[in-house]
Design a binder for this molecule. Structure first.
Ligand SMILES: [Zn+2]
Length: 424
């Protein structure tokens, strides 16, 4: 593995170190700076670059693998920097700390604890480890936990460093084979409408709607409500530890389910020609006008962003790009005639006040999202004369099962269909 492999994502964490350990890490980052400077010094002296790692490693008070990573980075800087001193030599040595760069399982290691945390162990000095647990944003922690549990994710090098005097670990997740296609080189826009108890998908090409699917996950909603009640009960009884245990359990359960749903979305999208997965941009949603109760419910009752994040992340591992659109009116606009008003929608039922078009309302929203995606990708929006029947699948802990009869009329009537060939 070299540093030149396709970098997919860097996840940033704070290091919650055990007492006394932080100073050890600080010393090591100072040592990394001297390794860096020594590498530059030797290279400027004309020492053969191949000989530099061993020469530096002999004197460095770091584990060998980490020394090698820092030397490699310094030599890379030599090649790429264009800053020269008065003698025409590269001059970019500095004082202070320098990130401690390490390979996964060599210079640092990560593991899941029984409490659902991620424990780290960084070999700061030979035979001296800095240990503790990672703190950070929930999506980043979740992705890292998935990577630790799953072979399809590759954890690469990490850098331990001090940011505003606080120790951090920046972990690279890498994929050696796949790169993400440019989204403008897409032929199918897959609109994803995320709701509290389902996601609706519509694949739109220049020829029209290719297919559509609604993945129901009532279990997630049900479990979240169940845990909410249990946690409240524990809290009222003053049993904070039980409350925290329940909270951790709920998070793991929901995370696990959302990962499966996101995998399903990516699997479904893969069948189309050059897909680009299109999401509503939550940031624009919050900054923009009032979207009403439906939007508020979606924002507060579902780890909405987490599902988008997991899906875009998994898609990138398949080389599939994602695009983000302004969510304004996606649930109120008629995909057939363009007429837009709030009264078009009644819960899961859409009925256009202008052209009488009827549909499963979330599917209709996913069509609108796909249409906005197509506009964003600069294709011509195809004329939508008819929409395919809504196919539904239900996702439960046991996997995908056939959905019950669809209770929402579509343009063509009722249909229950579509067991997907996706395994967990
Ligand atoms: Zn209409």
């Amino acid at each position: 593995m070299t540093d030149a492999q396709a970098l997919v994502k860097t996840l940033d964490f704070q290091l919650d170190t055990q007492s006394g350990n932080e100073g050890l890490l600080y010393d090591a980052t100072l040592e990394a700076r001297s390794v860096y400077n020594e590498t530059i010094r030797l290279a400027k002296k004309g020492v053969d670059w191949d000989a530099i790692p061993d020469r530096v490693a002999d004197d460095a008070n770091l584990v060998k693998n980490t020394t090698q990573r820092v030397v490699a980075k310094a030599l890379g800087a030599m090649e790429n920097y264009y800053e020269y001193d008065d003698f025409g030599q590269p001059s970019h040595t500095k004082d202070g700390v320098y990130p401690l760069r390490a390979n996964f399982t060599e210079g640092y290691n990560l593991s899941l604890t029984d409490d659902g945390d991620v424990a780290f162990r960084i070999s700061a000095k030979p035979y001296k480890h800095v240990k503790g647990v990672l703190k950070g944003s929930e999506p980043h922690l979740d992705i890292l936990k998935t990577a630790l549990e799953n072979d399809e994710w590759k954890i690469g090098t990490a850098e331990a460093l001090f940011h505003n005097d606080n120790p951090e670990l920046h972990v690279n997740l890498t994929n050696t084979e796949q790169t993400v296609r440019d989204k403008h080189d897409s032929r199918t826009a897959v609109g994803v409408d995320v709701n509290e108890d389902n996601v609706a998908l519509t694949a739109l090409s220049e020829g029209g709607v290719e297919d559509t699917l609604v993945i129901d996950f009532p279990e997630i909603k049900f479990e979240r409500h169940r845990y909410f009640t249990m946690r409240k009960r524990a809290q009222n009884a003053g049993k904070d530890s039980i409350h925290d245990t329940l909270e951790g359990r709920e998070k793991r359960l929901v995370r696990d389910r959302l990962h499966k749903v996101s995998r399903h979305i990516v699997e479904w999208s893969r069948q189309f020609e050059k897909p680009c997965i299109v999401f509503e941009d939550l940031k624009e949603m919050r900054d923009s006008i009032d979207y009403g109760t439906r939007m508020n419910r979606r924002l507060h009752h579902l780890p909405f962003r987490a599902l988008q994040f997991y899906t875009s992340y998994k898609a990138s591992f398949e080389g599939i790009p994602t695009a983000w659109i302004d969510p304004a009116y996606t649930s109120q606009r008629c995909p057939m005639c363009g007429h837009t008003e709030r009264a078009n929608r009644h819960k899961k039922r859409f009925k256009c006040k202008s052209c009488e078009h009827q549909d499963h309302s979330d599917r209709g929203a996913s069509v609108n999202i796909a249409v906005k995606g197509v506009k964003k990708l600069d294709w011509n929006v195809p004329a939508l004369n008819s929409l395919p029947v809504v196919r539904k699948v239900r996702r439960q802990a046991s996997g995908v099962v056939d959905a019950p009869t669809v209770t929402h009329p579509t343009a063509r009537g009722y249909q229950a269909d579509g067991r997907m060939g996706v395994s967990d």
